[in-house]
Design a protein around this ligand. Structure first.
Ligand code: FPP
Length: 257
């Protein structure tokens, strides 16, 4: 969700005002995705590297996150959204955890869109954390190291609970992945747009989805060849947007048919 700072700068406001307006865009995009039938939406709200920003900006972001969770609680529950969080959540301050943790619990059995917030998140960190957990189990004799393949490794990656990414949208004109969902992005379609995040609307979301639907996804195969299921391709299913032709700074979508 890139471009908050530049948006604020363009109207002579402090960066935090860009984040506040960006927060309104979050509401718009979550609603648009839910109505569009998106199965899973992951928002890169705060990276592990964002802790290096000035303390006042970090604090403002944490307050916005708390405000968002408070104001959207009813919306999330009434629309059966399952809220998840990935990242080093233990680093978040109590003001966020006090509202985040109960809402994660309250919504855990919801069966609607899965909304994942990447918070204190880094793709490399997630992979390193997973490797450490598996190595610990192997050292304790609970896991045979020779059984570790891609499918098993994925089970240790919280971001992969919703499956691999179909579409990554990055706003703000940057064309980087910036340590977001590194494993799940392996075969994602990447969509970059110049719109600054606070200006993002449902029309921009539709444009991204339409571009995605025009892409041909081959997953390393040749065109139109049927998907062959193997231990490493079992979770790599065809996208399910209804048309069969679908930094911290990105949003990632899983499609639904
Ligand atoms: C990157 O833009 C954006 C962030 C680091 C924070 C994103 C946070 C929000 C949109 C609001 C709070 C989150 C939720 C889920 C309510 P930047 O500031 O780096 O932009 P720039 O490249 O223009 O400086």
């Amino acid at each position: 969700m890139d471009g908050n700072g530049r948006w604020a700068h363009s109207i002579g406001q402090p960066r935090t005002s860009g984040h506040a307006t960006g927060s309104k865009a979050v509401r718009r995009v979550v609603t648009a995705c839910r109505k569009r039938g998106v199965e899973a939406l992951t928002l890169y709200a705060f990276s592990e590297q964002n802790w290096q920003r000035p303390a006042a900006e970090v604090h403002a972001l944490m307050c916005l996150l708390r405000d968002f969770l408070e104001s959207e609680r009813r919306e999330i529950l009434d629309n059966h959204i399952k809220l998840r969080a990935v990242g080093r959540i233990e680093r978040l301050p109590p003001l966020v955890r006090a509202i985040l943790d109960p809402l994660l619990e309250e919504s855990r059995n919801n069966t609607g869109m899965v909304l994942t917030l990447a918070l204190s998140y880094g793709g490399r960190e997630e992979i390193a954390d997973a490797a450490r957990r598996l190595a610990t189990r192997a050292a304790a004799g609970e896991l045979d190291p020779s059984s570790i393949d891609e499918a098993l490794f994925e089970t240790a990656l919280p971001s992969m609970e919703v499956g691999p990414v179909d579409l990554l949208i990055r706003t703000g004109g940057e064309q980087r992945v910036s340590n977001f969902l590194l494993w799940g992005l392996a075969y994602a379609e990447l969509y970059f747009c110049d719109k600054l995040w606070p200006d993002m609307t449902d029309v921009d979301l539709e444009a991204a989805i339409a571009a995605y639907q025009r892409r041909e996804r081959r997953f390393g195969r040749v065109c139109n060849e049927p998907l062959v299921t193997s231990p490493t391709t079992t979770r790599r299913r065809e996208p399910r947007f209804s048309l069969s032709v679908p930094e911290a700074s990105g949003i990632a979508l899983r499609a639904r048919g």
